[in-house]
Write a protein that binds this ligand. Sequence first.
Ligand code: AR6
Length: 173
Amino acid sequence: MGTIHVVQGSVVDMPTDAIVNAANSSLLGGGGVDGAIHSAAGPELYKECLTLGGCETGQAKITKGYRLKAKYVIHTVGPVYCGREKDALLLASCYKNSMDLALEHDLKSISFCCISTGVYGYPLRDASEIALSTVKAWLNSHPEAGIDVYFCCFSPREYAVYTELMEKAGFSS
Ligand code: AR6
């Protein structure tokens, strides 16, 4: 059975099998964590992304990690928050599809940033509840996968929200 951990820091530096990028539908880079991942991975990442044909909101695609410590980058496109019911479903899909890709590639560890909570404006607490509940449900339904999941909180506020939610759910971080 996989485990869930909450850590403070940048997902860019995580030495897990994969890190998850909060990308946009072009998959060709941008600001925020997307820009930081592309800078650290180097131009080969951009070249591979050019071959992918973009990605729809809620979906995920995988590339190599190039100069990153992580072997792979899973690029997912979170919803731009508009307060629609669909936003929550799309955000949950990002986490589920990223976990599915990790399983397909036989990965054993994955680090997520807080998808959609920066430029895309998703309220942090709501997004964190979706992230944790989706990943917990996924791990429960795939006990054989043995994937360790790290939620990387870039800001102290993200870390405070995640640790509080983990404590409430009876998990230790
Ligand atoms: N290093 C590590 N983590 C970061 C960094 C950084 N430099 N900057 C932000 N985060 P965001 P989104 C964390 O805004 O809301 C891009 O332009 C941040 O604290 O990067 O999904 C894409 O190309 C939060 O936990 O992504 C899209 O156009 C997480 O990264 C758009 O932004 C996500 O914040 C996606 O917006």
